[in-house]
Design a protein around this ligand. Structure first.
Ligand SMILES: *Cc1c(COP(=O)(O)O)cnc(C)c1O
Length: 423
């Protein structure tokens, strides 16, 4: 698609955008008395206006039914998590039974590692991307220690080639082959949070399985950003948070995917709780854990209704918009951002885009490595009403989301960026 660096062009794109009206369904933070240009949905998505009503419903139930709310009314809390599985499954390309919404991301990652990182004999290694989100690094580090290994020996971190910022798929696949005999697990982000690189989940999964390893992904930056097909691609397990692209509130709940081939395998070790116990006999409160079928069998505690209520509001918007429509707009919107950055930046040597240029290898985030005074540039953007984020040592992440951002905002961003770079 050909772009133009004019306001009229941007406004025309918004006019043609069938998702444009979704903006009105969100609250935008105010800066200098007006809506901020919010390009930080990769960190904390905006609040859907409908979330309040979903919360209020549950507060009302609690006030009026109290403990009876677990079983009475149209949507009793006993089954509340089931109301979310289908919508969440559509976002990550799974069967409903393969998905459960519970806990928070890092907790779920540990629960999955309990079941799926089972080192034995010489198979004890984990392949992961270097520079993964710190929580994931700490989870892997402490899981390997928990099993009695030295993390420096057990964890194989993959680095980009000299002079490159992102990993080549061929190098990931080669590393899997090179470690074939010793590999227990491949555990990577679906999208790296720093560079915005989308990993080839399908190819990595296939390569991992070919050498007899388990393959799992952290979809924190992928869920609600790029379409994935966890079931068809045969991924063993995945986890994600819901407060980034999925707009479900600070510290919001998290999703778990367990492929159906594992769902009813009694040999898999797991850390269990009563909410994972067979629902039909749960309240008999008897000894002896009998897991629910599917991902629901990994639940520990009774569901956190308020965060789940917010997530429901958000999932409804994703269903209305459709992941494929969102992705189609996202490629154009991010492409426009890339085009404009290149356009305002010609002849200067301050910015380097470290996100892949191939639209298939990125979602809606572009990470800008700022070669001079990165903090100063970031502060200027923020003062001008643009909310982006800064990651040490010198990267500004810019994420126009297709659900609530517009071409005009991308245009205005580039105008302000241009002004900041001129000064
Ligand atoms: C955001 C993010 C986290 C945060 O973990 P929480 O448990 O939700 O605090 C972890 N991992 C990745 C890859 C992330 O992007």
């Amino acid at each position: 698609m050909t772009y133009q660096n004019t306001l009229a062009f941007a406004q025309e794109q918004d006019k043609q955008d069938t998702l444009h009206h979704f903006r009105d369904k969100f609250y935008f933070p105010q800066v200098n008395g007006q809506d901020a240009i919010y390009f930080c949905g990769n960190s904390l998505g905006l609040q859907p206006k409908s979330a309040q009503m979903y919360i209020d419903n549950e507060m009302y139930k609690w006030a009026n039914l109290a403990v009876e709310g677990h079983f009475k009314g149209e949507e009793p809390w006993f089954n509340y998590h089931e109301l979310l599985a289908a919508g969440a499954a559509r976002v990550v390309g799974a069967k409903e039974s393969e998905v459960v919404i519970m806990n928070q991301l890092t907790v779920n990652l540990h629960l999955m590692l309990v079941s799926f990182y089972r080192p034995e004999g010489k198979r004890f290694k984990i392949i992961t991307e270097a520079g993964a989100f710190p929580s994931d690094q700490y989870a892997l580090e402490t899981q390997t220690r928990f099993h009695g290994y030295n993390p420096d020996e057990a964890i194989v971190e993959l680095y980009p080639r000299e002079g490159e910022h992102t990993l080549r798929t061929e190098d990931i696949l080669q590393a899997i082959k090179d470690n074939a005999e010793e590999l227990a697990l491949v555990m990577m982000g679906g999208i790296n949070y720093y560079t915005g690189q989308v990993f080839d989940i399908e190819a990595i999964t296939k390569a991992g399985h070919e050498v007899g390893a388990i393959v799992g992904f952290d979809l924190a930056h992928a869920a609600g950003n790029v379409p994935v097909k966890l079931h068809d691609w045969g991924v063993d397990f995945a986890v994600w948070c819901t407060y980034k692209y999925l707009n479900s509130g600070p510290g919001g709940t998290s999703g778990v995917f367990v492929h159906e081939r594992h769902a009813n395998n009694p040999d898999l070790p797991r850390f269990a709780g009563w909410w994972g116990h067979d629902a039909s006999v749960r309240f008999q409160m008897k000894k002896g854990f009998i897991p629910m079928q599917g991902a629901a069998g990994w639940q520990l505690s009774n569901a956190q209704i308020l965060p789940l209520a917010v997530h429901r509001a958000s999932l409804e918007l994703f269903d209305e918009a459709g992941m494929d429509n969102l992705r189609a707009k996202s490629e154009r919107l991010t492409g426009y951002l890339e085009y404009l950055i290149n356009d305002v930046h010609v002849g200067k040597d301050v910015l380097e885009m470290i996100t892949p240029a191939d639209p298939k290898a990125r979602g809606c985030q572009i990470s800008l490595l700022v070669k001079r005074d990165a903090r100063v540039l970031f502060n200027k953007l923020m003062e001008a009403g643009i909310i982006v984020d800064y990651r040490e040592p010198n990267v500004i992440r810019v994420a126009p989301t297709p659900l609530y951002n517009s071409f005009e905002e991308v245009y205005r961003f580039s105008e302000i960026l241009h002004q900041c770079l001129e000064n």
